[in-house]
Design a protein around this ligand. Structure first.
Ligand SMILES: C[S@@+](CC[C@H](N)C(=O)[O-])C[C@H]1O[C@@H](n2cnc3c(N)ncnc32)[C@H](O)[C@@H]1O
Length: 282
């Protein structure tokens, strides 16, 4: 691993075992509701069947692991792998009979080789320092007949749920470093890049299906503002800002999202790729 990749891996490890994991847990109920609908599309596409062996990459608190475990029961099994100890602790506490969990980097985790029917991930594969290396490791875990089912975000500009609050708040908050494009939330948005990663890792031509759904941001504008800054780019920006600046930022966010408030909450457009692929022979 080059020094740069080692640094990126260390940053991700620190983030998901520090503010990232804590922020995810603090916002857990909200996030789960926000991504439940797009996640359900991915779980349906995975079509896990009784008796299958599956892996859930970057499983977080294990919501999708539990859903897969139910689908493969009673004889199948799901392994949830995540780099965050805190999130795996939460996942384990669910006590799902036919699921087990491992704390580890999926890029190097020693999966049982050629053993799994399905590798699934809901937004858990965009954080690898060296994605080709990581997907080679994941590929080795699959049977030759196995399948890969990934849900990833399309580029930021197609995801107003992520960009609108940040853009509105930015003028009032300390400037933040531009996030890297090749690791992080939107790093699998570029279809050609994902095709290249998977081809190099030993997968056949992937299928990309757009999944466009409104993303639930909160029950009301006030509710969105109450949760703002707990997780994601706003958490970093709020951490370095004065309380008065945070108030102004929140007011600006409220104005930017007001038109999206309905009786069933505030929704902004979200755009994902559902990526499915199979290993190439050999
Ligand atoms: C956006 S969250 C998604 C969590 C979960 N899949 C869900 O949908 O609720 C990304 C997850 O990937 C995990 N992660 C990041 N890098 C990882 C790595 N190299 N190996 C395993 N998990 C990783 C993080 O700890 C985090 O739980």
């Amino acid at each position: 691993m080059s020094r740069n990749a080692a640094e990126i891996a260390a940053e991700q490890l620190a983030f998901w075992n520090g503010p990232g994991g804590q922020g995810w847990l603090a916002s857990y109920g909200r996030i789960e509701r926000a991504i439940a609908e797009v996640g359900a599309v991915a779980l349906a596409a995975a079509a896990a069947r009784p008796g299958e062996q599956a892996i859930d990459i970057g499983c977080g608190t294990g919501g999708t692991t539990a859903a897969l475990a139910k689908a493969v029961a009673p004889d199948g099994h799901v392994l949830g792998v995540d780099i965050s100890q805190a999130l795996i602790d939460h996942a384990r506490a669910q006590n799902v009979a036919n699921a087990s969990f491992a704390v580890g980097d999926a890029a190097v985790h020693p999966f049982d080789g050629a053993h799994h029917d399905l590798v699934f991930s809901r937004f858990g594969v965009m954080f690898f320092a060296e994605p080709i290396v990581a997907f080679r490791n994941i590929r080795r875990a699959l049977k030759s007949t196995g399948r890969l089912v990934l849900l990833v975000w399309r580029p930021a500009q197609e995801n107003p749920w992520a960009t609108v609050p940040v853009r509105a708040a930015q003028p009032f908050l300390p400037p933040q470093p531009r996030p890297p494009e090749d690791v992080g939330q939107f790093s699998f948005g570029d279809r050609a890049r994902v095709e290249h990663i998977l081809a190099e890792a030993g997968f056949g031509v992937p299928r990309f299906e757009p999944v466009d759904r409104p993303i639930w941001m909160g029950a009301s504008v006030a509710d969105v503002l109450a949760g703002a800054g707990r997780f994601g780019p706003l958490a970093r920006a709020f951490a370095g800002a004065e309380p008065a600046a945070i108030e102004k930022a929140k007011q600006a966010i409220g104005e930017a999202i007001a038109a999206h408030e309905r009786a069933d909450g505030v929704h902004l457009p979200g755009a994902c790729w559902l990526v499915t692929a199979r290993p190439t022979a050999g």
